[in-house]
Design a protein around this ligand. Structure first.
Ligand SMILES: Cc1cc2nc3c(=O)[nH]c(=O)nc-3n(C[C@H](O)[C@H](O)[C@H](O)COP(=O)(O)OP(=O)(O)OC[C@H]3O[C@@H](n4cnc5c(N)ncnc54)[C@H](O)[C@@H]3O)c2cc1C
Length: 429
């Protein structure tokens, strides 16, 4: 078993694919009775060791689909294993959509929510903030249902739970009527985009940009709802988005690995070739891109007000010390929320994501960047590489102890704990 990037490899004793809630409960009871550990996996797209176990790994790939929709409330209840690409199509068939999404659609809905997966938008929270109710099987094998009205503390904890409270079986999501988005890709300078970051976020419903290391180029991506009808995918867009951003980029990554000194030139070339383009498509097609080049990633959320200084420092460090970094560095924003383990807890946040080609060593680069993020009061994305100790998590999350109390109440025997979660919660083996 391995994660998407191939960086994590583990061998569970058993991998189960339950297709009913009763089978899920039986797996938990079996683990409890036999002193086994049980971890749930979505699409395995996390870069941290959240899903590792030597014992029982549970995949809900056979537990997908729509359970119910409420058109008046614009909510949809889905099985927790539902992959986002399927969810988006199922919702569209009902005339519904999720208001915001991240970069890709491969994750399961419970897996995406489990780590606080986010897109971008100054007035929009992460995917977990779209959840209106959760049903799960806890560490005693009991069914728990929660919402803002019913067991509200459990609900908030379960919105970003790292799979530590139980196996989520159903999620009710707030949707909006299906809509189209206008995508505008543009090119600007790094200094300019840092200076106008607040304004660009205020003017566009979804704004993000990618800075090409060792160059002054930044590729901007603006997404705004439109009444225009969906356009057929143009050949030029297909070449830019699919061929160049994947196969062309893969070739550059290999070149950069073989001849590291060529990297700054390759990055400048990539930045120069970004052509402005525009298209209109269904919301979920505009949000999500195809990522065929594998990488490892670190992403931190920092207070929005600190963004400009942090990004300038990172650009300086990359240009001076990490001449072989080729992957563009991505900046997004997320509205603050009240979810204890959300990296955007109680503050509007900027997220900065750094990627390293999967065949390259990322350790020195990520360690240096983590110092910068931590100095800015940063909180790591739970699904992306970071190196914190229990004490640092507890300091970073004001409601960390409240979450842990709910975790102990849901899972008194620690059936859902693995080595990674033990280190997060400061529990010795
Ligand atoms: C190419 C790529 C692009 C990405 N883009 C973004 C992005 O744009 N924005 C962003 O924020 N992140 C992004 N990520 C990170 C990714 O969204 C998260 O790591 C996410 O958690 C992965 O979802 P998954 O279904 O693969 O879950 P997994 O990685 O398999 O699991 C994640 C967590 O969810 C738990 N879990 C899964 N199912 C259940 C369940 N039924 N009940 C309880 N717990 C469960 C697991 O135990 C684990 O703790 C990206 C990752 C990759 C590889």
């Amino acid at each position: 078993m391995n994660n998407w990037s191939g960086h994590l490899v583990w061998s569970p004793d058993k991998t189960a694919h339950p297709s009913s809630e009763e089978e899920i409960r039986e797996l938990v009871l079996h683990a409890l009775e036999n002193g086994k550990n049980i971890r749930t996996i979505g699409a395995g797209h996390s870069f941290t060791s959240l899903c590792e176990t030597d014992d029982i790994l549970v995949s809900l790939d056979h537990y997908q689909g729509l359970i119910a929709v409420d058109k008046n409330k614009m909510t949809a209840t889905v099985r927790a294993g539902t992959r986002l690409y399927l969810l988006n199509e199922l919702l569209f068939a009902q005339g519904m959509a999720l208001e915001n999404l991240g970069d890709i659609d491969q994750q399961s809905i419970a897996g995406a929510a489990g780590t606080g997966t986010h897109g971008t938008g100054a007035a929009l929270g992460n995917i977990s903030t779209l959840i209106r109710a959760i049903r799960l099987i806890d560490g005693k094998g009991e069914t728990r249902e929660c919402s803002p009205e019913k067991e509200p503390q459990l609900f908030r904890a379960a919105q970003v739970s790292l799979g530590a409270l139980g196996i989520i079986t159903e999620i009710t999501l707030q949707c909006v009527p299906a809509f189209n988005l206008e995508l505008q890709i543009g090119k600007t300078g790094l200094e300019e985009v840092i200076r106008s970051f607040p304004e660009l976020n205020a003017r566009n419903k979804h704004f993000e940009y990618y800075w090409f290391p060792h160059s002054g180029y930044a590729m901007t991506k603006k997404l705004n709802p439109t009444d225009e009808t969906e356009e057929k995918e143009g050949f030029g867009n297909f070449v830019q988005e699919y061929v160049l951003e994947n196969y062309g980029f893969q070739l550059m990554c290999d070149l950069s690995r073989w001849i590291p000194s060529a990297t700054p030139g390759l990055s400048r070339f990539s930045g120069r070739t970004v052509g402005p383009y525009r298209k209109v498509s269904r919301s979920y097609k505009a949000f999500c891109t195809r990522r065929l080049v594998r990488f490892n990633e670190m992403e931190y959320s920092i207070p929005l007000a600190a963004y400009g200084d942090v990004m300038k420092e990172i650009a300086g460090v990359v240009n001076r010390q990490f001449r072989s970094i080729l992957f563009p560095i991505e900046s997004r924003v997320v509205q603050g929320d009240d979810i204890p383990l959300s990296p955007a807890y109680a503050r509007d946040s900027a997220y900065i994501a750094c990627h390293v080609y999967h065949k390259k060593d990322f350790r020195a680069f990520f360690t240096r960047l983590e110092d910068i993020f931590r100095a800015a009061d940063g909180r790591p994305h739970w699904g992306k590489i970071h190196n914190l100790q229990h004490r640092q998590y507890a300091e970073a999350y004001p409601d960390f102890q409240a979450f842990d109390a709910i975790r102990r109440q849901c899972d008194p025997e620690g059936v859902f704990l693995n080595a990674f979660l033990r280190s997060v919660f400061g529990i010795s083996a």
